[in-house]
Design a protein around this ligand. Structure first.
Ligand code: HEC
Length: 199
């Protein structure tokens, strides 16, 4: 799987190399295109994170974790899908320890999550960490962007090591196969994953 990812990376480098040989203008164009997609992916990721976080905080304050879990369980998937669709992108939240099985990573995302986990182990993961490239997957050119999500104190209520009995029971009921507990502050939880068609 890593091999496949390396092959894709090599392909991207080759694509740029070829563009570079044929004419400098073309390579400038490729660079400008790359930056445009990167900028737009960053904006989408930040906006999405802000929206989710404000919904979470609102419901935690209004009705505590029980209300926030119910809202999250009922709306997170649709909200994520719609947020991307309205901006011409496909967005997912992915993790190797999913609460909702729909958030399991594909092969590509898994390889990048591993890169983030390596950075974390080396103490190099920061709020500026991100991954971006233009790749060809199954003959289609895509801009792929991933941004790590780390655990901060507010997440521990529902993803931490000592959940309240109420939260435990609610999660068990909604997510019988839940793998997303036992985290500590600062842990890598997963990533926002964005894919855009490159015209
Ligand atoms: C009130 C409880 C609650 C809090 C607090 C909470 N989460 Fe979650 N989280 C959930 C629920 C419920 C889901 C499953 C949503 C779904 O079905 O799509 C989830 C899913 C996720 C996912 C998607 C991957 C998966 O496991 O399905 C990520 C990533 C995530 N949470 C990160 C965080 C982070 C980071 C924080 C802190 C900023 C946080 N969560 C705070 C309840 C919570």
């Amino acid at each position: 799987m890593l091999k496949r990812n390396m092959r894709m990376t090599t392909m991207v480098i080759l694509l740029f190399a070829v563009a570079g040989c044929s004419s400098p203008k073309q390579s400038e164009k490729a660079q400008a295109e790359k930056e445009r997609y990167l900028k737009s992916a960053r904006t989408i990721a930040t906006g999405f994170q802000k929206q989710l976080s404000s919904i979470l905080k609102k419901h935690l304050m209004a009705g505590g974790p029980a209300e926030a879990i119910a809202v999250c369980a009922d709306t997170a998937q649709e909200l994520t899908r719609a947020f991307g669709e309205n901006r011409g992108a496909s967005i997912r939240r992915v993790t190797t320890k999913p609460r909702n099985p729909a958030d399991a990573p594909d092969e590509y995302e898994k390889a990048i999550l591993e890169k983030f986990a390596d950075l974390k182990r080396e103490g190099k993961l920061s709020s500026r960490s991100e991954y971006f490239e233009i790749v060809e997957i199954n003959g289609e050119k895509k801009a792929r962007y991933m941004k790590p999500l780390t655990i901060v104190p507010v997440c521990l209520k529902c993803h931490g090591q000592n959940l309240s009995p109420e939260v435990s029971a609610l999660l068990k009921e909604r997510y019988p196969g839940d793998k997303a507990t036992g985290y500590k502050s600062g842990d890598l939880r997963g990533a926002i994953s964005i894919s855009m068609d490159v015209e």
